[in-house]
Design a protein around this ligand. Structure first.
Ligand code: NAD
Length: 257
């Protein structure tokens, strides 16, 4: 592969990025970052009013489309609609995710099922469809699965969340292995704590505040601190990276205390 300038390496000009769960938090931030780096962005989520407003705010090179990652029909409809408009996504950010809040002994089966369905089955379905279309078009691509450091370490009352994220990290490796021959890279991004709707209540708890004291950098992350890692995985700057689980956590996961 020929060497490029640093600006060209990180540029996403001419690329099309799909971000699931783009109606809030990390997903909305990722859509903004990818757009600023030059990509056309497709913001996909269930809360269509929110993503439509965000796409409008971003202006050119942004569109919103309804998506429920638990519903195969919804996924197929989204890709069909994009294909009908001649849009092929060559960056996919599997960001949609939910959490649970019960200890295993008190947990209903529904909580397990719904977390696994959104966090593990959803990324599988979206990545499979996106990759099938890239392979058919003979186009390279980059798939980024938003996992978590909780896919690598353990915390109480989040069993299905942690199992889904650990599964997503290993699914990332499986897909990276199978898709490499098609020039499709697949990586996981594993954030530590960043305040969003998913954890705003949790972060107020005494347990969370005590955990943050064990983060070597002694704070939660700021969304802009995920910008560089995301761009590295999405762009040609990360062209020899695949199957990686990139941790961005202020050192939280290196602390065994
Ligand atoms: P968030 O709740 O703001 O975002 C999650 C998004 O996923 C929401 O917009 C939600 O509507 C969407 N979503 C949920 N179910 C969906 C479905 N069935 N179909 C489509 N969209 C759906 O929280 P966030 O923190 O921005 O989370 C984004 C991702 O980052 C999640 O996968 C989460 O597990 C991961 N993550 C977050 C943190 C953190 O500290 N915030 C840390 C590690 C990993």
């Amino acid at each position: 592969m020929a060497a490029q300038t640093i600006t060209d390496m990180f540029s996403l000009d001419g690329r099309v990025a799909l971000v699931t769960g783009a109606s809030s938090g990390l997903g909305r931030h990722f859509a903004n970052v990818l757009h600023e780096a030059g990509a056309t962005v497709v913001l996909a989520a269930r809360r269509v009013d929110r993503i439509e407003a965000e796409a409008k705010r971003l202006g050119e090179r942004a569109r919103a489309i309804a998506l429920d990652v638990t519903d195969e029909t919804s996924i197929a409809a989204m890709f069909e609609q994009l294909a009908a408009d001649g849009v092929l996504c060559d960056i996919v950010v599997n960001n949609a995710g939910i959490s649970g809040e019960h200890l295993i002994l008190q947990m209903e089966t529904d909580e397990w099922d719904s977390v696994i369905e959104v966090n593990l089955r959803g990324p599988f379905l979206v990545a499979r469809e996106a990759a099938r279309r890239l392979v058919a078009a003979k186009k390279p691509g980059s798939i980024i699965n938003i996992a978590s450091i909780l896919g690598l370490r353990v915390s109480p009352a989040l069993a299905p969340y942690m199992a889904s994220k650990a599964g997503l990290i290993h699914l990332t490796r499986s897909m990276a292995f199978e898709f490499a021959r098609y020039q499709i890279r697949v990586n996981a991004l594993c954030p530590g704590y960043f305040e969003t709707e998913i954890n705003a209540d949790f972060l107020k708890t005494e347990y969370a505040q005590a955990s943050l004291k064990r983060v070597p950098q002694r704070r939660i992350g700021d969304l802009h601190e995920l910008t560089g890692p995301l761009l590295l995985l999405a762009s040609n700057a990360g062209s020899f990276m695949t199957g990686e689980a990139l941790v961005v956590d202020g050192g939280q996961s290196i602390n065994s205390m």
